[in-house]
Design a protein around this ligand. Structure first.
Ligand code: UDP
Ligand code: MG
Length: 317
């Protein structure tokens, strides 16, 4: 019989007092079932991270912990956003467990998928991505903006898993690796694939929020997408260089046209030289900006000081 491992279910909470009394029961039932099935060890926990909530989220977490030690709590000193709450929570609990499942407080993600995630963990996967099968329960607006988000990210060269948010299982080794990333602009969906190791995917249907309102209005989502792109990709800089190159080609074509017009006296004096210089120097400036940007992009990536590699195995006997 395989020895069972310790699972911590990590739940970031920001002003979730409406949903916590309901969702804590769902998480507890799930974890108790996993323990009863002998899939995870009896010291497994549900860890709530209070991300500087302004309502009584933290006092709910405190009383849950008092009533039942299966619940544990981590409190951030102030609101630092979903991604920081996740990473801060992981850093705090990683030493106490063998695997962490991160899931939103509103139970939009199907807790039953955790069974399959744990199975994949025992099959050797160190990162198991929860992938949404359908978005039928999302509003048209949410679906449209969210899918546009994934497409834009991919077009900009950020490697992400399509329709995967932050519902995933990670082994403690993968979490330790993730904690080696010292960048402050966090975009976990882009960072986790950089960690590597054996991965797997588990699909599930996404449900509507159990209670309360989304903490991700369009403005936050756009900021998030913009942060994701600018933290991971220097493609926007390359676009400037390409634009300059296109402008240069156009300026050559235009030069031919202008010179012909000039030769056939279809122009007013001074027009040809003015127009040609505007086009030519305009394109040169774009290219020059792009080249400078290329170096800034390099400096930017260097300053992140990202880990260069992780060793998965070392055979030496
Ligand atoms: N959240 C957080 N800090 C924030 C905003 C959100 O910890 O500043 C948490 C929130 O409590 C929830 C998760 O992040 O557990 C996802 O938020 P939400 O469900 O509102 O986003 P949506 O599903 O609408 O994209
Ligand atoms: Mg949600």
């Amino acid at each position: 019989m395989k020895d069972t491992k310790t699972l911590y279910i990590l739940v970031p909470c920001y002003n979730e007092s409406e949903v916590l009394p309901l969702s804590s029961k769902v998480f507890r039932d799930k974890l108790m079932q996993l323990i009863d099935d002998g899939k995870v060890s009896a010291d497994s926990k549900i860890a709530f991270v209070d991300d500087g909530s302004k309502d009584n989220t933290w006092s709910i977490i405190e009383s849950l912990h008092e009533l039942d030690p299966i619940f544990v709590g981590v409190k951030l000193s102030r609101n630092r956003g979903h991604q920081n709450a996740l990473l801060g929570g992981m850093a705090t609990i990683v030493k106490d467990c063998d695997m962490i499942v991160t899931i939103d407080a509103d139970v939009q993600d199907d807790v039953n998928a955790i069974d399959k995630m744990v199975d994949e963990y025992y099959n050797g996967a160190e990162v198991v991505y929860g992938v949404r099968d359908s978005r039928e329960t999302d509003t048209f607006f949410k679906r449209f903006t969210a899918q546009g988000f994934y497409k834009l990210m991919n077009a900009m060269g950020v490697e992400t898993i399509y329709n995967h948010a932050d519902f995933r299982l990670m082994s403690s080794r993968a979490v330790e690796a993730l904690l080696e990333f010292k960048e402050v602009n966090l975009f976990l969906r882009g960072m986790v694939p950089l960690v590597g190791f054996k991965t797997a995917q588990v699909t599930y249907d996404r449900a509507p929020r159990m209670a309360g309102e989304s903490k991700y209005p369009l403005k936050k989502m756009l900021t998030f997408a913009f942060d994701g792109i600018t933290s991971f990709s220097i493609k926007p800089i390359r676009l400037i260089t390409s634009l300059g190159a296109v402008a240069l080609i156009l300026s050559i074509l235009f030069a031919v046209y202008a010179l012909i017009s000039h030769a056939t006296h279809h122009t007013v004096p001074g027009w040809t030289s003015t127009v040609l210089s505007v086009w030519f120097f305009g394109s040169l400036q774009l290219i020059a900006t792009g080249v400078v940007g290329e170096y800034i992009g390099k400096i930017y990536l260097e300053t992140k000081g990202r880990p260069r590699f992780f060793i998965e195995k070392y055979l030496n006997k």
